[in-house]
Design a protein around this ligand. Structure first.
Ligand code: BES
Ligand code: ZN
Ligand code: ZN
Length: 524
């Protein structure tokens, strides 16, 4: 999708569909106040006046109303898009509403959508939270580009519902009463560029997650990651069984040994020269199980097809690296993806086996379906040997995390309060939801083994997401580390007005935000 930014009077734009945002200002001073448009354009306000006065449109988030041939406008259609309550307005609502506008065009076969940049000063009322310019521009692009994606790649009779063009119209009339100052213009432009990068990266992640396991094998994931790296100027290294053996990655190798598909260790490096030698180095470690059958501890057939998305953590890290390469923060970042297929086979690893991880720690395998933590154990340790001072991992790790948090929040675990707080702070910008869960030494007994340093499952059936995190903590060791369990949030089971059903691309934006929060400046 090609997104453009124009500065002009929105009533003058020639487009099949112009979207304008409205907020719900109830409870207000008057009895039943009607929704208010976030525009200072009289022409737009007049065109929408009748439908607003009807009270039929409440401006709830995701709600739309479409007017044909709106009078006084050059647009063929005017779409009013609800942002929800003005009192609690956040940029996340704008992101979703922008996606809603885009997706409203699809079934109508429209090929271009223009969105009027929300003008929060249109409401004199203090009932409205302020929308910072840069972020607003950014979320408009993100919302539209994320909303544009549909997953009909493998359908031979697919209907073309693509919307190739999206336009953001910032109200600037030729008469000087509505001219923007240079710094506002600059911020909008910067936010627009950031939005394009972040949405592009997140959509790249989503496309990887959408691929079936027979197409996206570990080798193919590595090929696509390497191609992306070459495109954006990252250095990549791709390794397989031989290197894993050299590195003594016994945990990772154990998972891979039952599959006819070779494992892949993907290293992606963003190491700008301008960064001080002693500055932090971020290690982004992803679980890349391209299909998880459970192995010898075989999963039930019902729903197993969904285990193609067991590489969503890896895809998030690959997408995050792509965005980082383009945003160019002053920080060093190394992506490490551990990719394998978890299969039952005569050669597969078995419950009861004892394996030695790269760190030298021994692991008793109790359940071969707890494979994610095994590949990550070696990935985290390896990232440390590459010089990473801060670690983050993302993984569709446990069903227990889905039981605990549902599909609204993903789990966050950490061995360091400051690092975890820094990550959580970025969520107001990324709009993603992570909930911190415990990962303290009191839980260590859960993974105590009779015969090895630890076992790969918890001793009881309780607190499984924490047991998995405790296992990973053994390999992060003293290094500040954040673990993201995205099992419940990597795949949307239902479509939303702003997003297709399918891969969500969760964690890309938050991880990028976290890395950027440590960087002092942008490199050139
Ligand atoms: N890939 C699964 C976790 C998962 C569950 C991802 C649901 C997405 C949705 C993981 O490898 C797994 O099977 N974990 C086991 C661990 C158990 C055997 C200790 C689980 O959660 O049941
Ligand atoms: Zn599993
Ligand atoms: Zn898994």
């Amino acid at each position: 999708m090609d997104t453009q930014l124009v500065f002009q009077d929105p009533s003058r734009i020639v487009t099949p569909l112009l979207a304008v945002f409205a907020v719900d200002i109830t409870p207000g001073k008057t009895e039943e106040p009607l929704p208010a448009l976030l525009t200072t354009s009289d022409a737009l306000t007049n065109a929408a006046a009748q439908v607003l006065a009807s009270g039929e449109f409440k401006a709830a988030l995701g709600e739309v109303v479409l007017l044909h041939a709106p009078s006084g406008l050059r647009a063929e259609r005017l779409l009013l898009v609800g942002l929800g309550k003005a009192k609690t307005l956040s940029v996340e609502q704008v992101r979703k509403a922008a996606g809603t506008a885009l997706r409203a065009a699809k079934p109508r076969g429209l090929r271009s959508v223009a969105v009027a940049f929300p003008e929060d000063h249109a409401l004199s009322d203090e009932s409205l939270e302020e929308l910072p310019c840069l972020l607003t521009a950014r979320v408009l692009v993100e919302g539209m580009e994320l909303g544009e994606m549909d997953w009909d790649t493998y359908k031979s009779d697919r209907k073309d519902q693509t919307v190739p063009t999206g336009v953001i119209v910032v109200n600037e009339s030729s008469n000087s009463s509505n001219s923007l100052n240079a710094s506002t213009r600059h911020e909008i432009q910067a936010g627009f560029e950031e939005g394009r990068i972040l949405a592009g990266a997140q959509n790249f992640t989503r496309s990887l997650v959408n691929e079936p396991g027979n197409v996206l094998t570990p080798t193919e994931l590595a090929r696509r990651a390497a191609a992306m790296c070459a495109e954006v100027g990252l250095v990549s290294e791709i390794y397989s069984t031989k290197k894993l053996q050299e590195l003594k990655m016994g945990a990772f190798l154990a998972v891979a040994q039952g599959s006819a598909e070779a494992p892949a260790l993907i290293v992606m490096r963003y190491e700008p020269k301008e960064v001080a030698k002693d500055a932090p180095v971020f290690g982004l470690v992803g679980k890349g199980i391209t299909f998880d059958t459970g192995g010898i501890s075989l999963k039930p057939a019902d729903g197993m097809e969904k285990m193609k998305y067991d590489m969503a953590g890896a895809a998030a890290m690959i997408g995050a690296m792509r965005a980082i390469a383009q945003l160019k923060p002053a920080a060093r970042v190394i992506g490490v993806v551990c990719s394998a297929e978890n299969m039952p086979d005569g050669k597969a690893f078995k419950p009861g086996d004892v394996v030695t991880a790269m760190s030298g720690k021994t692991i008793e395998i109790v359940n071969t379906d707890a494979e994610g933590r095994l590949v990550l154990a070696d990935g985290l340790h390896y990232a440390k040997t590459l010089g990473c001072t801060h670690l983050i991992d993302a993984a569709t790790l446990t069903g227990a995390c889905v039981v605990a948090l549902g599909k609204i929040n993903a789990g966050l675990f950490s061995n360091d309060d400051a690092t975890s707080a820094q990550f959580l702070e970025g969520l107001t910008v990324s709009g993603e939801k992570f909930w911190r869960m415990p990962c303290t030494s009191d839980y260590r007994d859960e993974i105590k083994s009779q015969i090895a340093d630890m076992m790969n499952t918890g001793a009881t059936r309780y607190g499984g997401a924490t047991s998995a995190a405790m296992f990973l903590a053994e390999f992060a060791d003293e290094t500040p580390w954040v673990h993201l369990d995205i099992a419940g949030c990597a795949w949307n089971d239902e479509q939303r007005p702003w997003l297709a059903k399918g891969p969500s691309g969760i964690a890309v934006r938050s991880i990028v935000e976290w890395v950027r929060s440590y960087a002092t400046a942008k490199t050139t």
